[in-house]
Design a protein around this ligand. Structure first.
Ligand code: FAD
Length: 305
């Protein structure tokens, strides 16, 4: 109930205007977001990489409605990747991209062209691209675009969401040599017809999907903060004889930072998803929906103004 209310607010432009009109505490946004510019993102990336972590940088923005905005998003990624070229950050730093920010909703071909340009630049810069997964109406289109891009850029990766009923089948299809799959639980509000609704069902699906990915030939990216899922992944890694270079953990910037360091100290690759930019509203609302304690933090920040 709590989750659906917050996620409904995440899609409301009226609530967005209201929240953005409140001069939010810098601490609140900066807990989850690296800053507004590419330089901020690179500064945070350097700190994290200095601590033994890897990063994936995400330029915030989604559901772009104009070609000009889609082009601006592409250009931001191209310039970010230029910044990464030849930098000591590569290959520890890669980028995460939302196809909806590149125009997927109004012109799939355009989004694919922009995504292709980003993959080409990433490849020149010696790093990789992972495509985020958005709401279920975009899954087919995202996987089709990924399939075409992978023909030229085999390291292009994608997120799959364990809450979707289809994901076990998608994992089976994609757990092939060289394929980079980020398994997450899923962050959107989805109907029962396509998605498991209870935490238990989502967790059970997560474990089934993880079993498929960890026993397959691809490179699993286990994106979760859930201690039970992390312990199961460590167990499966031993079971399937995966070394620390055969899979990685991923977590969000600002969430369980001590656990990120603990896993890295244990020798695992841990990649931190680092968002930056001014379009933080939808991203922040999804983080609030995941954890009531985050809402208390949000409320305290508002009250302290
Ligand atoms: P949850 O079920 O939210 O939490 C389980 C347990 O984890 C909690 O009970 C608690 O013990 C622990 N925990 C969680 N948060 C905290 C915290 N702040 N502090 C302390 N303990 C905590 N979703 C998408 O839909 N598409 C994507 O492309 C996508 N990409 C992602 C990339 C990365 C790297 C990550 C980490 C997540 C991504 N997500 C994405 C979000 C994801 O789908 C989940 O919404 C989010 O990760 C929360 O799920 P969880 O697995 O952490 O477990």
């Amino acid at each position: 109930m709590f989750r659906s209310v917050i996620l409904a607010a995440a899609g409301s432009s009226q609530v967005e205007r209201l929240v953005q009109s409140v001069p939010l505490s810098r601490n609140l946004v900066s807990r989850f977001v690296a800053g507004t510019s590419g330089d901020d993102a690179l500064r945070v990336a350097r700190e994290l990489v200095g601590d033994g972590l890897a990063v994936t940088l995400d330029y915030l923005g989604e559901d772009t409605t104009t070609a000009a905005d889609a082009e601006a998003t592409r250009d931001e990624y191209l310039s970010l990747l230029d910044g990464l070229a030849g930098d000591e950050l590569t290959p520890a730093a890669e980028v995460s991209v939302k196809l909806s920010a590149l125009g997927q909703a109004f012109d799939e071909k355009l989004a694919e062209e922009h995504a292709r340009a980003i993959c080409a630049k990433a490849s020149e810069s010696g790093t990789t691209v992972t495509f985020d997964m958005e709401d279920h109406s975009t899954t087919d289109s995202t996987l089709e675009i990924l399939g075409r891009l992978r023909a030229d850029f085999p390291t292009a990766g994608v997120a799959l969401q364990a809450y979707l009923r289809r994901t076990e089948a998608d994992c089976r299809e994609l757990a092939t040599h060289g394929s980079r799959i980020r398994l997450c639980k899923g962050a959107y509000s989805e109907p029962e017809s396509v998605a498991y609704q209870t935490r238990l069902d989502v967790d059970k699906s997560y474990v089934r999907c993880m079993n498929i990915l960890m026993s397959g030939d691809g490179y699993p990216m286990i994106a979760t903060h859930d201690p039970r899922m992390i312990a199961i992944a460590e167990d499966r890694a031993k079971w399937f004889d995966h070394g620390c270079d055969d899979f990685e953990f991923q977590m969000l910037y600002g969430v369980r930072p001590e656990e990120q360091l603990r896993l890295a100290e244990d020798g695992y690759t841990v990649r931190v998803y680092v968002p930056y930019g001014t379009q933080w509203y939808g991203y922040l609302m999804r983080r609030l929906a995941e954890r009531p304690a985050n809402l208390a933090f949000f409320a305290r920040a508002l009250a302290s103004r």
